[in-house]
Design a protein around this ligand. Structure first.
Ligand code: ATP
Ligand code: MG
Length: 587
């Protein structure tokens, strides 16, 4: 799969990266030392995410620096300095305290990427609550389920969503949900709710963070539900050390950066990197409330002078679908670094970045469970397109084989496929799945955290994603990762997106089948199908190439943009669809 390597030379980079020499930084790295770059609460009172994100900047010139620029759907702009965030998050912490809500209580949000969401997150953390963001497009059922599993005590939402998602009804089955705060209502609130703004206006802007144990629960994040029912992963305050370190090395934050993370806080990326990491570095973040629109995005990159951009393969593929000519209409002279996470980044997409923005796209890998970036392509390290890169300093990754008896063998032989495993400990590793202790324990074996993804490591230490253990296709004695097939299909000029599954076959076990959506200007036809099948066969050989192709307008994806192969398969086989609460487009 590797095409040419994209060589990096220090002299060509616009700023000197925080990590110039990967091996040297790795050799000298310890989490203890990294932790000393954070401030900690005043003497002996522990470590709190919100202190590191906002309060720590309140007694230095960063207080007046722009922390968040919010871009509304209708073109509104609201700016928040670090000082503003200190004040507003303290008010929210006082609102919670006034309601009798305290340590360990779960505060859920259900709203668009509104400023109040960011303020609620930080205020919750100050008051030692647990922040649980929900994606605003969730329907009543997924909302009910998550609030119930997470034992939500407070919900911050809008009047419109409160009505549309029938939350008043849901509350009958949620006895622990005591308080609902509605954003946007200024007059009398609906029965049983408070106006967020009234409470905020009445609260004091001074709040002293209570002593915080680094192991205190801080965040509850539900996984994307790509492979099954979403799990609630628990994270603690000291995860902030990993957020800070990954901001430094994997996203290469510099003090004057303007950073844009396009992910919604309903997914872990939108919290770890849409809220926490950039604030710990005292830099400016752009928050766009609008949904994906290629031209809108390009205009934001240009007008806001974005320097570091963190996005997702699904967005890149949508941009590719629109074409690079649209991208080239805008000016990206400030943009320095582009990174992507969430799904395999097809080599085609890495090169497309070069053509559209003059910069390659840097893939990185992590999971809700890891709390932060674990494997990445760093600014100063040459890129092998299609590879996730190398483990973060402080992270030991390996390819292992897990035997049924629970023992684990580390596979040293390069280029061998196996389970991708990480060696605990690091500060942001999840501390459990809420109310699912067994599932949590099953993730660990032989002193390793087994990620559930399959990968290989090449002789130079780069990791290559093969597939999720659940998605791998077993065909005529071969193990085939859908990603490899999807990437090859995407090299065909007509293909916009591809989702590949194994369809049961009496002779070869499973047969590779591809669902393909086409780029603008191409229509489905029998001859195009034959052409793409032939193209894939030349690229992949007959054993790996798809035997069947079906055209679709789009491929089913989670709201966080991951191809839901399990759903393609269930539909192919006429089986129950399982949990589709996170499916894009379903409400
Ligand atoms: P669930 O666990 O509920 O099935 P999910 O695994 O999709 O959902 P997330 O934690 O949001 O939930 O996603 C993490 C997963 O996304 C990884 O385990 C991996 O399969 C995939 N992933 C993330 N980044 C990359 C990447 N750079 N390359 C390949 N796969 C990636
Ligand atoms: Mg997962």
């Amino acid at each position: 799969m590797a095409r040419e390597i994209i060589e990096k030379k220090l002299a060509d980079l616009p700023v000197v990266p925080n990590m110039v020499d990967y091996e040297r930084t790795r050799a000298g790295f310890t989490w203890e030392t990294a932790g000393t770059e954070l401030e900690g609460l005043p003497v002996g009172r522990g470590l709190n995410i919100a202190h590191e994100a906002v309060d720590r900047h309140s007694h230095c010139p960063r207080r007046d620096h722009l922390a968040l620029r919010w871009l509304g759907k209708q073109g509104e702009v609201r700016d928040f300095s670090y000082g503003d965030l200190v004040d507003l998050s303290s008010r929210f912490a006082n609102v919670l305290k006034g309601l009798g809500v305290g340590k360990g209580d779960r505060i859920f949000t259900l709203c668009s990427r509104a400023p109040e969401l960011y303020i609620s997150a930080l205020g919750t953390l100050k008051n030692l609550g647990v922040f649980c963001p929900l994606f605003s497009a969730f329907g009543p059922e997924p909302i009910q389920e998550r609030l119930s599993i997470g034992e939500g005590r407070v919900l911050v939402t809008t009047e419109a969503l409160y009505k549309r998602r029938k939350i008043e009804e849901l509350r009958k089955s949620l006895p622990r949900l005591e308080h609902v705060l509605l954003i946007g209502t200024k007059g009398p609130s609906l029965p049983g709710t408070f106006s967020y703004h009234t409470l905020m206006a009445e609260a004091s802007g001074h709040f002293e963070i209570p002593p915080t144990d680094p192991e205190d629960m801080a965040l509850l994040h539900f996984t994307s539900g790509t492979t099954g029912r979403p799990k609630g992963a628990i994270h603690v305050h000291q995860a902030v050390i990993a957020h800070y370190v990954t901001g430094k090395y994997a996203l290469d934050f510099h003090p004057e950066d303007i950073f844009w993370c396009t992910s919604d806080p309903g997914w872990v990326t939108g919290t770890s990197y849409g809220i926490i990491a950039p604030l710990t570095h005292g830099i400016t973040s752009i928050v766009d409330e609008g949904e994906f629109d290629a031209e809108r995005w390009y205009r934001i990159l240009q007008n806001e002078k974005v320097t570091v951009w963190y996005t997702a393969p699904t967005a890149v593929r949508m941009m590719m679908k629109v074409g690079k000519d649209t991208a080239r209409k805008f000016d990206y002279r400030n943009l320095r670094f582009i990174a992507s996470v969430g799904e395999p980044l097809n080599p085609e997409a890495v090169f497309w970045g070069l053509e559209a923005f003059g910069l390659p796209i840097h893939d990185n890998w992590w999971q809700t469970e890891t709390g932060g970036i674990m494997i990445a392509n760093y600014p100063a390290m040459s890129i092998k397109p299609g590879s996730m890169g190398k483990p973060l300093p402080g992270i030991q990754a390996a390819i292992v084989h897990r035997y049924k008896d629970g023992t684990v063998e580390v596979i040293e032989e390069p280029d061998t496929q196996g389970d991708l495993a990480l060696r605990p400990w690091w500060p942001s590793i999840f501390r459990g799945y809420l109310r699912d202790e067994k599932r949590y324990r099953d993730c660990f074996a032989g002193g390793w955290y087994i990620t559930g993804d399959l990968a290989r490591r090449d002789p130079e230490g780069y990791f290559w994603f093969i597939g999720r253990a659940d998605d791998v296709i077993k065909s005529a004695g071969h193990l085939i990762g859908p990603f490899e097939v999807e990437s090859a299909l995407m090299e065909h000029p007509a293909v916009a997106e591809a989702g590949v599954i194994g369809k049961p076959d009496p002779v070869i076990g499973e047969m590779v089948k591809a669902y393909v959506s086409l780029k603008r200007g191409y229509g489905p036809s029998e001859s195009l199908k034959m052409e793409i099948l032939g193209f894939a066969r030349t690229r992949l050989g007959p054993a790996v190439a798809p035997k069947e192709i079906e055209f679709r307008d789009s491929v089913p994806k989670t709201r966080s943009g991951k191809i839901m192969r399990r759903l393609l398969k269930a539909r192919e086989l006429g089986l129950p669809e399982g949990d589709i609460s996170t499916l894009e487009g379903e409400e």
